[in-house]
Write a protein that binds this ligand. Structure first.
Ligand SMILES: NC(=O)c1ccc[n+]([C@@H]2O[C@H](COP(=O)([O-])OP(=O)(O)OC[C@H]3O[C@@H](n4cnc5c(N)ncnc54)[C@H](O)[C@@H]3O)[C@@H](O)[C@H]2O)c1
Length: 284
């Protein structure tokens, strides 16, 4: 092969693309992170702030929202603020996205991390528990993503939307048989997000999903433990061989990548970060 051909189709690309540091530079960009008062939302916010973005944290829990805001200010500086919002309410999510624009002038990124889960077999779950899970995990994903995309479309600068899903949306997540409602809601959210990615591509918006595996978070340890009082469920949990992330930044840094120019050519992608659970890797 002639050298010029090689250079044309290979080395030339290197000259046409931005340096890596620019691809991950979020200076001047504005992000909203739902579930920002939970562990993963907090850690994602920290990475976005480190890269120069301004961040609006939103969550239904004001007390932890205030902790998260204070802690992130001391860690990363002042460009972060908490605003209460319920992901199941369109008026709340619209208000949060508009607040980001009023406060920081733009909206470029929305990471949707807020969720709820509990541990019940389908033969033992109440309709109320089923409906609450579907409302928060499935409908809440649609509402948060729709509110973000409406504002991004209006502003005309494109954007990145990253719903946090779960490997439960593609696998039956152990402990077997007590997360059917959550698996159904996350699978529905995945179906929505893949389809929505097609709809909003025309506005320069990339929607890509991070499918998380088990993480040691305040949600897993303290907030979402309904049903765990059942000894059978506790025994199943104790014996599960799922890989567990004890540093959920494992997931946060991949979500960060999906919020940057690195993901410019990605649409509707499933990015699985589960320690290999989907290929049946177990605990170390
Ligand atoms: N922890 C895990 O093992 C695990 C595994 C797979 C996927 N995930 C997913 O990762 C994401 C983050 O999980 P986490 O473990 O950090 O959870 P977390 O409980 O620490 O954080 C979730 C946050 O969502 C908030 N929230 C709940 N309902 C809300 C509502 N209606 N409106 C607004 N906020 C609401 C909670 O207050 C909480 O702060 C979730 O989407 C979860 O489904 C978690």
């Amino acid at each position: 092969m002639e050298k010029s051909k090689f250079l044309d189709l290979t080395a030339k690309y290197a000259n046409e693309t931005e340096p890596f540091a620019e691809l991950i530079n979020l200076k001047g960009q504005v992000a909203v992170v739902t579930g920002g008062a939970g562990t993963l939302g907090y850690l994602i916010s920290r990475r976005l702030l480190e890269a120069g973005a301004s961040v609006v944290l939103t969550d239904i829990n004001e007390e932890r929202g205030a902790y998260a805001e204070e802690s992130l200010i001391s860690l990363c500086g002042k460009n972060v603020i908490f605003k209460k919002g319920d992901i199941t309410k369109t008026e709340d999510m619209d208000a949060v996205m508009n607040f980001a624009v009023e406060k920081y002038g733009r909206l470029d990124i929305c990471v949707h991390s807020a969720a709820y889960w509990s541990y019940y077999p389908t033969l033992g779950i109440s309709d109320e528990e089923w409906n609450y899970t579907i409302d928060t995990v499935l409908t809440g994903t649609m509402i948060a993503c729709r509110s973000a995309a409406k504002v991004m479309k209006e502003l005309g600068n494109g954007g990145k939307i990253v719903p946090i899903l779960s490997d439960a949306s593609i696998n039956c997540e152990p402990p077997l048989g007590v997360l059917d409602h959550y698996a159904a809601a996350k699978a529905g959210a995945r179906g929505f997000a893949r389809s929505f990615a097609r709809e909003v591509k025309q506005y320069g918006i990339n929607v890509n999903m991070m499918l998380a595996g088990a993480m040691n978070t305040i949600g897993a340890r303290f907030l979402n433990v309904k049903g765990m009082e059942n000894p059978e469920t506790r025994a199943k949990m104790a014996h599960t061989n799922m890989p567990m992330s004890n540093t959920p930044d494992d997931m946060a840094r991949v979500v960060f990548m999906l919020c940057t120019k690195i993901s410019d050519f990605m649409y509707g992608a499933d990015v699985i970060v589960d320690g290999g659970a989907h290929i049946n890797l177990g605990k170390e």
